[in-house]
Design a protein around this ligand. Structure first.
Ligand code: HEC
Length: 429
């Protein structure tokens, strides 16, 4: 850890992360981040590799990438490309050799050209995000290593209150992908205005007159030709050898979904962490004061409620930055993602896109179907479901939910009733 930290400091990357190490004590009960057995999509894969049920295939161009995506059911259309030197394998990354990221609901995978490892971030209801590396050297058996320290230097930063989570940023890179530090950087999620997104990222897609910071370096177009467009780019061939990647895309809609999903996972898992920490504290208070089990102070209830509220608001797209014009991707991600459902009897789905004034047609995140949400602590889930029900039925008319029309609330309520098996009884009519 010390060594890694020193190396990162030399490169000047983690100055802004440094203060953040371990806001909460992740390594004691009830969380035990380092020692607890993970419950994510990588655990059964490791088991199946060990017992010979699955063999990951290695190829000279991308190592284990293609095979890993296939086994985990991660679509290649989700590919997005980042060229700023902002992550672990920085020496491999630059405008000619961007890092590729792929994702589905449960796992995100990072690939660098000639990288030593594939980087994996997997969703786990109790541990939030669990990190792995997969050695890219061809081996008899593909070797995953769970990483409990190195990745958290950046992925456990103060932006997520010290909890392990996803990280997407918009930065100002120079011609080599190095940050121009004086320009600062921004964490990106669905509340980030369109014009502030994607500094350091390639972006393929159309967005009309809406500009963004993708496909450029500080002060000019990436191509070096001032007249080249940086928005509405659909072909990345002028910038680097796209044939070195699984697909020629860095899909605009995939980027928006990744940003929404990353922060939704962060908020939902943070709610889970905070609820479990509050309950553990209550339990020791009860013990210390010889109170009956199950005794609950007002303070603890308040903490539980406020931890869940932040997730509820995000799930309901409060503060989503509006689109001023329609947007469109290039890779087929939009179609593939929307086709996955689940659908209600009227054919409606939370994965249906809008992409004209906002991201999705129905304003409740599809993350409610994920293993992260389904595995919430019962008290966290109970609270989140209660609040969703209050808002969707219109009982809660507070200002922060004013963006939800009565018909949208009703539609979401109906979709959930038909597609979500674990709703509390009072949700059914
Ligand atoms: C130096 C800081 C740093 C370290 C250390 C780091 N990352 Fe990241 N990571 C980032 C940043 C910043 C991003 C956002 C994309 C970008 O700028 O490249 C990111 C994005 C990712 C993503 C895609 C988006 C997401 O958050 O899911 C994955 C997957 C990932 N990292 C995995 C890992 C793994 C696994 C490790 C440890 C082996 C690791 N990272 C270590 C900075 C870091």
């Amino acid at each position: 850890m010390q060594n890694t930290l020193r190396i990162l400091f030399v490169f000047g990357i983690v100055a802004e992360f440094a203060s953040s190490l371990r806001a909460a004590d992740l390594d004691s009960a009830p969380i035990n981040y380092t020692t607890a057995t993970a419950d994510d999509v990588i655990v059964p894969l490791i088991r199946n590799i060990r017992t010979g049920k699955i063999t990951l295939r290695h190829d000279d161009n991308h190592g284990y990438l293609t095979s890993l995506l296939k086994e985990l059911n991660v679509p290649q259309s989700s590919q997005v490309l980042v060229y700023s030197k902002t992550s672990l394998q920085r020496s491999r990354i630059g405008p000619k050799t961007p890092r590729a990221i792929y994702f589905n609901d449960d796992v995100t995978i990072g690939f660098c050209q000639r990288g030593d490892v594939l980087e994996v971030a997997a969703a786990d209801p109790n541990l939030g995000t669990v990190f792995y590396t997969l050695d890219q050297n061809p081996k008899k058996e593909a070797a995953f290593t769970r990483q409990t320290e190195m990745c958290l230097i950046c992925h456990g930063s103060s932006g997520n209150q010290g909890f392990p989570g996803h990280l997407i940023r918009s930065v100002s890179p120079d011609r080599s992908g190095e940050l121009v530090l004086s320009r600062g950087s921004k964490r990106v999620d669905h509340s980030t205005p369109f014009e502030d997104r994607w500094g350091g990222w390639y972006v393929t897609g159309k967005s009309g007159k809406q500009t963004h910071l993708g496909n450029q370096i500080v002060g000019s177009a990436l191509s070096g030709d001032e007249d080249d467009p940086t928005t509405n780019v659909t072909d990345l061939k002028p910038y680097f050898t796209v044939a070195n990647y699984l697909t020629p895309h860095s899909d605009l809609v995939a980027l928006m979904v990744l940003e929404h999903q990353g922060e939704t996972h962060n908020r939902v898992s943070r709610a889970n962490f905070l609820v479990r920490l509050a309950l553990a504290e209550q339990e020791s208070l009860n013990k210390a004061f010889k109170q009956p089990n199950g005794e609950r102070t007002e303070g603890i209830t308040r903490r539980i409620n406020s931890a869940c509220e932040s997730a509820v608001k995000y799930l309901l797209f409060c503060e989503e930055a509006p689109l001023k014009e329609p947007v469109e991707g290039t890779s087929g991600f939009t179609k593939e993602f929307a086709a996955r459902g689940p659908f209600d009897s009227k054919g409606r789905s939370l994965r249906a896109f809008d992409l004209k004034t906002r991201m999705f047609r129905y304003p409740l995140s599809y993350v409610v179907y994920s293993r992260m949400f389904n595995g919430l602590h019962p008290e966290a889930k109970e609270r989140i479901y209660l609040r969703l029900w209050e808002v969707l039925t219109g009982k809660d008319q507070s200002k922060e939910f004013a963006h939800l029309s009565a018909t949208d609330r009703q539609s979401v309520l109906e979709i959930l009733r038909e597609t979500k098996a674990d709703l509390p009884a009072y949700w059914k009519k």
